[in-house]
Design a protein around this ligand. Structure first.
Ligand SMILES: [Zn+2]
Length: 380
């Protein structure tokens, strides 16, 4: 298998013949033929079976498999921090994986049961796939949908979106090209930062502390600002990320971490603690720091995927803080966030500090792995 330094191996050129798209359209009424249609190969980034950093880009067909599926022509995708786990070999990978769960693009094909989106529409979807009809979806927790699946295979020219009716939200018209990065951000990173603020009961007035200066943390700052927080304390050690946090609405920067970070937050809040704390990291230290930064009766929204977090019952009992987190129910927020982007009230797309064509996906992973980039955008 190719080594990392050799980059991704293109087993087939990742350009899509124009004839394939027209062929796909021609086959809309004969979906059974799509899988075997010549030229209908759809590219996916796959990791090799050994789960190491070497990887290859392969091209293969991705047809409608279920009546509730849609196929989209991807306008942009990106690389998530969680994609780095298998990339680094820290997550066991024993079979090729379809990578990428953040996406927006144009519908080119729908299954027979799909009612709410149609070919030609520009859509944004969540990384969590949901029916939007079950009791959990109707309660606003689409990321716990009874039919929940997780999106994969979005780092590709075309992607299959299961549960399309419940998952995808269409724009009224084709969005301007410069809005694509921000619309893409809605599908995960902004939606997740927004959920952190929502879960931490962010509301006009109070003080919010944001732990984590990765893309999600920066989006948490943006969300807190939009929700009316008067004081937003961003915890960051990196100049470029501090600058972006300030641009997104942070009023204070704290570079200390752990106990020292808690002490600094207490100093900034007259010994009280923050009303809301957004935990966007997922380590044991960051989770404890977040809980300790919140005032008694305050709330912590935690969206960093936990790695080795252990909470003691007695610690929680005496902390007296509200905790809510988990995979973000982005679908709940999609219409509102898309409207904020389309009306140019927010610019979450600035969080992408490296833009590459899909063919440059290997460099995108490397740049994030080596912390040269906060988040890599892949344009198609
Ligand atoms: Zn559901």
């Amino acid at each position: 298998m190719t080594s990392l330094s050799a980059g991704y191996q293109h087993t087939q050129k990742l350009t899509f013949p124009k004839s394939a798209l027209s062929h796909l359209r021609a086959n809309r009424s004969a979906r059974a033929n799509v899988a075997s249609s010549p030229g209908l190969d759809i590219g996916q980034v796959r990791f090799p079976g050994d789960g190491l950093r070497g990887a290859s880009v392969r091209v293969f067909a991705q047809p409608v498999l279920k009546p509730t599926d849609a196929i989209i022509k991807v306008a942009a995708s990106c690389i998530c921090g969680s994609d780095l786990w298998p990339f680094r070999g820290l997550q066991p990978v024993d079979a090729p994986m379809h990578m990428g769960h953040e996406y927006c693009g144009v519908v080119v094909e729908v299954g027979s049961a799909v009612k709410t989106v149609r070919p030609g529409q520009f859509v944004v979807g969540s990384f969590c796939l949901s029916d939007d009809t079950c009791p959990h979806c109707r309660f606003g927790f689409q990321s716990s949908c009874e039919q929940r699946e997780f999106m994969s295979g979005a780092q590709a020219p075309y992607a299959r979106v299961p549960l399309a009716d419940g998952t995808l939200v269409a724009t009224g018209t084709m969005p301007d090209d410069d809005l694509i990065p921000s619309l893409l951000a809605v599908s995960d990173v902004l939606g997740t930062g927004w959920y952190a603020a929502d879960a931490a009961r962010e509301q006009p007035g109070p003080t919010v502390a944001v732990g984590g200066d990765g893309a999600v943390g920066l989006m948490g700052v943006l969300a807190a600002k939009q929700m009316g927080a008067e004081r937003i304390i961003a915890m960051s050690r990196h100049k470029a990320r501090q600058d972006l946090a300030l641009e997104y609405g942070a009023t204070d920067i704290v570079s200390e971490r752990g106990e020292a970070g808690v002490t600094r937050i207490k100093e900034l809040t007259k010994g009280v603690g923050a009303d809301s704390v957004l935990e966007c990291v997922g380590t044991n230290e960051s989770m404890h720091q977040a809980i300790n930064c919140a005032r008694p009766g305050g709330s912590v929204g935690f969206v960093g995927v936990p790695h080795g977090v252990e909470l003691d019952g007695e610690f929680l009992f005496f902390a007296q803080k509200s905790l809510l987190g988990g995979p973000a129910p982005v679908r709940r927020f999609l219409p509102h966030l898309m409207e904020l982007v389309l009306s140019r009230k927010i610019n979450p797309g600035k969080v992408f500090d490296l833009t590459l064509p899909l063919e440059g996906v290997a460099e995108g992973y490397r740049a994030m792995d080596e912390r040269r980039a906060i988040k890599t955008l892949l344009r198609l």
